[in-house]
Design a protein around this ligand. Sequence first.
Ligand code: NAD
Ligand code: ZN
Length: 360
Amino acid sequence: MNFRNYPMVSKIVFGRSSFDQLGEIIEPKRINTKAPFIFLVDDVFKGNVWLTSRIPLAYEDEILYISADEEPKTSQVDELVEKIILTHKDRPSGIIGIGGGTLLDLSKAVAIMLTNEGEAKDYQGWDLVKRPAIYHVGIPTISGTGAEVSRTTVLTGPNKKLGINSDYTPFDQVILDPELTKDVPKDQWFYTGMDCYIHCIESLYGTYLNAFSQSYGEKALDLCKEVFLDDKISKEESEDKLMMASWHGGMSISFSQVGIAHALSYGLSFVLGTKHGIGNCIVFDHLEEFYPEGVKLFKQMKAKHNINLPQGLCSDLEDYEFSAMIDMALALEPLWENALGKHWKQKITKDKLKSLYQKM
Ligand code: NAD
Ligand code: ZN
């Protein structure tokens, strides 16, 4: 038996307004005045003085605003790296990502590609990164993905959607300030929050479960139930708890794996560009056969918050599009094995997946 030896986020701050400590946290990491900190910030915050005036800029530090309308691409990472190298003489002192999973993943990937040769697509997979990334900090502004704690950065490349999974991927520093999530629109709050809920269900009902992942998964699931089903919870308490649920859910899947909803959602995303949170919801809604209790509770939460998921996403798809989706989903073997055990191939056929996609 070869037990996995995982890296963790080295340092973490938690608390409302802890974002104000960013300056004192990063300053000792400045290599010299010519080596800037590059802040990759979700462009939803452009012009939002409440947040941007607190970004501690000095010397040649720079803010790059980036849209989260589309999920990160390997080509986008390469372009950002090139831009940073061309603009600044010295290699940056650090990359600071401020935003949701999209910005956090981009920041991790840029930090890796600043020290590794070639293109981001060359590193999609497991343990392909050769050199440590530069110092990188993650500051989530929406809760659920667990990208703040995970060992991966999910990227869509020319041939596949797959993470750069490596010991160098996790952040060196994370700042968890739940107040930063206060203006997340309701639907998006639900979709990204459900990503966390689905992480818990897929982990807890998977065959890879062990006491380590279970302890985190159970805690995260309890927190999700409080956040999404308890009428008495205050907005602040709900923000605090969902941020911790995201962290624990991410820890849980790090030591186990996600499952069928994620496999199918990756297929949707690869062919239709459907975003992770909403894609997971659309898929999970049809998985009662595999996760009966989890889907039942999901439907309750969906009804409680008046969420209407898009329907008929796959109704006009051509056969080649179904095939691409199905092949993408089936390529994620560990996810299927976690969900259904070693003999999963006997239980899942391409026709089965097509019939599931046709319902969405
Ligand atoms: P996101 O980063 O895509 O953002 C969703 C929307 O919310 C965007 O429109 C964004 O502008 C907006 N937003 C974010 N913070 C806001 C705020 N405070 N106020 C108002 N609007 C705000 O959403 P996400 O669901 O966090 O991330 C999805 C991405 O995360 C996907 O690319 C997915 O592949 C990735 N992901 C990564 C991991 C990992 O372990 N690395 C795990 C799960 C998902
Ligand atoms: Zn997810």
